[in-house]
Design a protein around this ligand. Structure first.
Ligand SMILES: [Zn+2]
Length: 85
């Protein structure tokens, strides 16, 4: 894991979903130690029990669907550019 990714991970763990959305991001990008990458849209995240837009991202538990591991690195992703203008 590169140092940059660790810093990004630490940064986002102390932010809320609301802050990420205000910065224009629409998904969490979860990267597992096994190499699996999952984009998790905030709208889906907000449907999870106990999760609100003011939840700290670092307080939400994630598990890899591939290996069941919990060693997940958190990043963010903005929505794909809209084709309609
Ligand atoms: Zn995994």
């Amino acid at each position: 894991m590169s140092q940059g990714r660790v810093e990004i991970d630490q940064y986002w763990r102390t932010r809320t979903i609301n802050e990420a959305q205000l910065q224009g991001y629409s998904c969490l990008r979860l990267t597992c130690g096994c190499g699996r990458i999952t984009d998790y849209p905030f709208v889906l995240l907000l449907q999870r029990r106990g999760v609100t837009r003011h939840s700290f991202i670092g307080n939400i538990r994630f598990r890899c669907k591939e290996c069941g591991g919990k060693d997940i690195t958190i990043g963010v992703r903005s929505q794909a550019p809209s084709l309609t203008r």
